[in-house]
Design a protein around this ligand. Structure first.
Ligand code: ATP
Length: 310
């Protein structure tokens, strides 16, 4: 495609995610932990606008502490744009504007959503025309959660979370999110998990836990049944996150007392995701939390992955 036929700017929206199930295997020699997880994309979005430019640059807006988001090659969206340019042998640049809504270092894959959005936006801006499969390959090289942000919906992730299989999910699930002002470092949470597993003799002698996603999780999703899904929510990183931030456990219990079916730490935390029976129940939980001075967000899933806005 000639440059004249490509747009001057492209606006892409990509969702944050909740891990409704997160099984973590023991740390491998390469430092990574094998995962068996179920992602659900939720209606809290990152918007990335890509504009034609000679060089690469990033600006970030939204309700974020600017000091927490790097604007250089450490930014996953910048890495995504440069990886695509190298793969496509494109010699120009791009000015990326990231409008953040997903909490930074919140366990909801905000940086991964930015990277997925940047891939889709630059592909369209530059007329690269890469297939979904090719974009997925590039996404997996950027980070384990990036392929899911491209894909969206509900999916089972294995390997490092990047080997995806779509999961059938009927209807809509309503979640109340309690975010934190201060993020949690994902590597720190995994290290704490290693410590907990190492010092717990009983666990260390046990055979390694099976890393399959329990069929009950998939059945509940397929039936669109929030009560059943609530029974099966599980996150192997939860104890480690509670250890590092004891107030998270209180927050979760507070949400359940307010009327949620069940609560879970999202990914490596610190965001708490409260599953509610339906939209009305979620509004009720949010109102009860507000009365006790706790701000929250009402989101729903599943929603589509990174897509171009008209
Ligand atoms: P994950 O669980 O995938 O590690 P997260 O959702 O907990 O991620 P992110 O908001 O993706 O957290 O960011 C984690 C760290 O990555 C941040 O502390 C920040 O330093 C860095 N980072 C790189 N690119 C971005 C980006 N586009 N937005 C936010 N943080 C980014």
């Amino acid at each position: 495609m000639s440059v004249a036929a490509t747009p001057a700017s492209v606006h892409v929206r990509a969702p944050g995610k909740i891990n409704v199930y997160l099984g973590v295997g023991d740390r491998q020699d390469d430092g990574y932990h094998p995962l068996a997880t179920v992602f659900q994309a939720v209606s809290l979005y990152e918007d990335v606008i890509a504009r034609r430019a000679a060089d690469f640059s990033i600006t970030v807006t939204g309700d974020v502490d600017p000091d927490t988001v790097p604007l250089d090659d450490r930014n996953l969206a910048m890495r995504a744009a440069k990886l695509l340019a190298a793969a496509a042998d494109y010699h120009g640049g791009v000015a990326l504007e990231i409008r953040k809504s997903v909490p930074v270092a919140g366990g909801m894959g905000g940086g991964s959503a930015d990277a997925a959005a940047a891939l889709v936006a630059c592909d369209a801006l530059w007329g690269t025309g890469f297939s979904q499969v090719r974009l997925h390959e590039l996404a997996a090289r950027l980070g384990a959660d990036v392929p899911f942000a491209l894909h969206g919906g509900t999916a089972v992730g294995t390997g490092r979370g990047d080997q995806l299989n779509p999961a059938l999910a009927r209807g809509r699930f309503d979640w109340i999110l309690i975010t934190s002002d201060e993020g949690l470092s994902t590597p720190a949470v995994y290290s704490r998990l290693d410590e907990i597993r190492g010092i717990d003799g009983a666990l260390a002698d046990d055979p390694p836990p099976s890393l399959d996603v329990p069929v009950a999780v998939l059945h509940a999703l397929r039936a669109g049944n929030a009560e059943d899904l609530a029974e099966t929510l599980a996150n192997d990183l939860e104890d480690a996150a509670f250890d590092l931030r004891p107030e998270l456990e209180q927050r979760l219990l507070h949400g359940v007392r307010a009327g949620a079916l069940r609560g879970i730490v999202s990914g490596s935390g610190p965001t708490i995701a409260l599953l509610c029976a339906d939209p009305e129940s979620a509004q009720h939980v949010q109102a009860v939390l507000r009365e006790t001075g706790v701000d929250s967000l009402h989101v729903h899933g599943p929603v589509p992955g990174a897509r171009i806005l008209a």
